[in-house]
Design a protein around this ligand. Structure first.
Ligand code: E4P
Length: 218
């Protein structure tokens, strides 16, 4: 399973990279706005900066919602760096755009996926990744992890190559549940990744080992 970090914050990306477990980055327009990156030129520069930090896929989302606009933006984004994956919303023009990008060898991440039907269309269009939004589904009293499991099962049945990228991860338990459901990738906030390390028995055990060592060695 690959670990992506879900942020446009360079310091957080660096911290996750330094941990040695980072395989890529996902961003979206809200995350870019959070970093205060204004204007297309600055945003492109920021994507390049992110690509320089990680040796892995970096999802950059199109803003256009019409086919021609998505193609124009996506082709431009794809030229920024070989690691850029064009993120496209799961709407009719988005599916058409993914089909086009696939035919041109441009990799895609079909985003805002909330059903197996949407995931089926994304795979048929040749998306590299499909992003079911786990946390946002949970927010509506649905079961986000269950959706991940269903998509994984469907893709395995039909041998689709599209990778299931569990997104909208809110906490450490989501990461574990998505891993158990067979997600190929989980994109997470930094705190959720670091949360995987937490266990009181590890802390207590380490404290005891150090204390016993000091008893003998001073
Ligand atoms: C990443 O690809 C998604 O855009 C992101 O995980 C959405 O997360 P949110 O629901 O916390 O905004």
């Amino acid at each position: 399973m690959k670990f992506f970090i879900d942020t446009a914050n360079l310091a957080q990306i660096q911290e996750a990279y330094d941990l040695g477990v980072l395989d890529g980055v996902t961003t979206n327009p809200s995350l870019m706005a959070k970093e205060g990156i204004k204007g297309v030129e600055n945003q492109h520069k920021h994507y390049i900066d992110i690509c320089r930090l990680v040796n892995g896929d970096v999802s950059a989302e199109v803003i256009a919602t019409d086919y021609e606009g998505m193609i124009r933006e996506g082709e431009e984004l794809a030229t920024l760096n070989e690691h850029i994956v064009v993120k496209v919303p799961c709407i009719a023009d988005g599916i058409k755009a993914i089909k086009y990008f696939t035919s041109k060898g441009i990799r895609t991440n079909c985003t805002l996926v909330f059903s197996t039907g949407q995931a089926l269309l994304a795979a048929k269009a040749g998306a590299t990744y499909v992003s079911p939004f786990v946390g946002r589904l949970d927010d509506t009293c649905s079961d986000g992890v269950n959706l991940v499991a269903h998509i994984v099962g469907m893709y395995r049945t039909y041998h689709f190559k599209t990778q299931v990228l569990a997104a909208s991860i809110r906490h450490t338990q989501h990461i574990i549940q998505c891993a158990e459901a067979g997600a190929d990738v989980v994109t997470c906030p930094l705190d959720a990744i670091k949360g995987l390390l937490n266990h009181p028995l590890t802390d207590a055990g380490l404290a005891k080992f150090i204390a016993d060592y000091k008893k003998i060695n001073g």
